[in-house]
Structures are given as C-alpha cells and as structure tokens.
Design a protein around this ligand. Structure first.
Ligand code: NAG
Ligand code: NAG
Ligand code: NAG
Ligand code: NAG
Length: 320
C-alpha cells in the first residue's frame, strides 16, 4: 500500500502556488514538488533500521528557485549539452539559447526545471503535466509533457510522455543527486558502482562527446564489475565522472532493463536503476563546491553525491 498526500509548499509571486506530494510505502517515502517536477526527498532505512534522506535538496522553496545545480528536477526539453546550441530538423535550422560555455545545456535559460507543473493524484503516486509552447527556448512545436511518479514497496517508477505538433528533439531525464549514506555525508568514496556498458562516449574540453564510441575494456571507465568509487576516481583523467555510458545503440528497440547498481556497504543500501533509454550519464558531482545551503544546513562539497541520468546519447540530434 502506498499512501499519497498533498500539501502547499510555497508561493512564487506572479507564477502561482507550488505543491508538495508525499508518496509513502511501508519501506520508502518520496517527496516531489510541482516546481520543476523535482524529487526533494527519498527516505529509506539502512541495515540497523535508521531512516536517512538519500537525495540532495533544499528545505524551502527559495532554494529550489535558485537551484543552479538542478537538484532533483526533470530536465527538458533536452537534457545534457547540444553543441553550439544549434540543430537542423525537417530542413530548418534552429538556434537555442547558449547557457553553458558555447553550448546549450539542460533545456535552456528557463527549462522545464523552472516551470510549475499541473498535478493530479494517481493510485500510488502523482502525475505532473506541462505544456511547452511552440518556440519555447528556441525549440520547434508545442510539446505536451507528463511525468508520472509511482511508488510500489521500494520501487520508484518514473514514466515520461511527450507529444509535439512539430518534429523536435526531446530527451527528458531527472537529475537527482544521491548519497546512499545520507544526503549530508561528505563524499561517495565508499560506494561501490557497476554500470552495464561495454562502451562510453569520450568528451572534448567543453564536455561534448567527440563522436567516438570507445570500448571501456582496459580503461578506468570499465564498471561492468562492481568498483569502489574512491580509488577509481584517483586514476580517472579530469575532475571525475561526467560521461555517457552506452547501454545500446540509439536506434535499437528499447526494452526496460537494469543498467546500473550502486551499493553502500556500510548502511547496506542499494540503488538499482532500470531504463528503456540507450544511455546513462554517470556524474560524480564534480562541480559542486560546498557553497550551497542545502537541507538541514548541509553544504554539498565536490563529489559528495552521484547522479545516474538515464537518457538518449548526448548531442544525439547532431550525431545520428
Ligand atoms: C502547434 O500548436 C500551437 C498551439 O496550439 C499552434 O500555435 C501551432 O500553429 C501548431 N503548429 C502546427 C504545425 O500544427
Ligand atoms: C543561489 O545559488 C548560488 C549557487 O548555489 C549561491 O552561490 C547563491 O548564494 C544563491 N543565492 C541565493 C539568493 O540563495
Ligand atoms: C531518475 O534519476 C535518478 C538519479 O539521476 C536515476 O537513478 C534514475 O535512473 C532516473 N530515472 C529515470 C526513469 O530517468
Ligand atoms: C526518449 C526520447 O525522446 N528520445 C529522443 C532523444 O532525442 C533524439 C534526437 O536528439 C530523438 O531521436 C529521440 O527520440
């Protein structure tokens, strides 16, 4: 049985009220707000029964209004980077707002993470919907989007739906930062990760994939067998993981399967991620710097958490 509750979370002047929904199963409790469709808390028990909140976030609405690191939100229309912010569909060139070096990142200046979504109760969860107008952030077509969060026992499912009246790139994901020891633990070095990918996408200086699909065999990106993250980060070139792992070719038929598993031996907590998407971006919070004021006064330093963003391959609109 999952209990579903709704309450007022806050008011955005000129934009409307923000709701908070709580989904409570016997083992897990999940909270979601209607601003950015954000997951604001996931509480689960560790081996000795202690309850911890394992996702990063803020206590108040103000924190989410200034959420420069995309904690917990749904990212869209297109998660990740589009090179130069431009692409061609149906013979027409489109230019998006540039908001990350020379590239477009995470849906633009006012992406789906900054919108207030409409809500509707479901049997074991909540469905949030949004209409993105034709030309929104430079993207073609009116796009109707919905995201359904449902909780059954200890499985949180997220179902995305999007429909446009013109051809447009769409790749939605959610951007939850986890630390299985608890959101305020200092690092993730004692987590053990595995990702079922035979290849990954190397990136250039601006984090755009170079176009090469490189086998993980013999590289620090080989996470096919469980690997302790701390020592592996030390041999990785660059600041940490922020790479797309290739689960299958973008064109192949998609069937839901498990792609990643993270284990925190000390608490006994395990996160397993399943998806129908062909890629998963593994990010080790390399750009956090301890300056955020998070939940309960937590400051969230570099590498304090990880994200597993299931998605299409980044910059797919320019690489297929
Ligand atoms: C898409 O829908 C929007 C809003 O209803 C409308 O303005 C636009 O003309 C439609 N475009 C097409 C190609 O149907
Ligand atoms: C907004 O967030 C940035 C980065 O996390 C932080 O430096 C700044 O102090 C925040 N501003 C407010 C008004 O909270
Ligand atoms: C939601 O986000 C979390 C954290 O990024 C990730 O583990 C999970 O795969 C995502 N789920 C979907 C359906 O995208
Ligand atoms: C799930 C989804 O919408 N995937 C899309 C991601 O973007 C590429 C183009 O960039 C589309 O081909 C996919 O359908």
């Amino acid at each position: 049985m999952t209990e579903v509750r709704q309450e007022l979370f806050g008011e955005v002047p000129g934009q409307g009220t923000v709701e908070r929904w709580t989904l409570q199963s016997p083992s897990v409790s999940v909270q979601v707000i209607s601003l950015g469709c954000a997951i604001t808390s996931i509480k689960s028990r560790g081996r000795s029964g202690e309850l911890s909140d394992i996702v990063l976030g803020f206590d108040s609405l103000q924190g989410y209004l200034n959420n420069t690191r995309y904690f917990g939100v749904v990212v869209g229309r297109v998660a990740n980077r589009i090179a130069g912010g431009n692409f061609v569909v149906d013979g027409k060139e489109y230019q998006l707002a540039i908001n990350n070096g020379p590239n477009a990142l995470h849906g633009g200046l006012k992406g789906f993470d900054k919108a207030i979504w409409a809500t509707q109760a479901l049997d074991s969860g909540v469905k949030l919907t949004l209409t993105s107008p034709d030309g929104d952030e430079g993207y073609p077509g009116e796009l109707k989007v919905s995201v359904a969060y449902t909780l059954k026992e200890d499985t949180l499912s997220i179902q995305y739906y999007a429909c446009s009246n013109k051809t447009t790139p769409v790749n939605l994901t959610n951007h939850t930062y986890f630390n299985l020891a608890g959101h305020d633990a200092p690092d993730i070095y004692d987590h053990v990760v595995s990702i079922k990918a035979d290849a990954y996408l190397p990136v250039d200086d601006t984090m755009i994939p170079t176009g090469e699909v490189r086998p993980v065999e013999g590289t620090p990106f080989d996470l096919r067998s469980p690997v302790l993250i701390g020592p592996r980060l030390q041999v990785l070139p660059g600041p940490g993981f922020d790479h797309n792992f290739c689960l299958q070719s973008p064109g192949e038929p998609l069937e839901e399967r498990q792609c990643a598993r993270v284990h925190h031996p000390a608490s006994g907590r395990v996160l397993e991620v399943s998806t129908t998407q062909p890629g998963v971006q593994f990010y080790t919070a390399n750009f956090l710097d301890g300056t955020i004021s998070g939940k309960g006064g937590a400051t969230y330093p570099k590498r304090c958490s990880f994200c597993l963003e299931t998605q299409n391959w980044p910059d797919a609109v320019n690489k297929t």
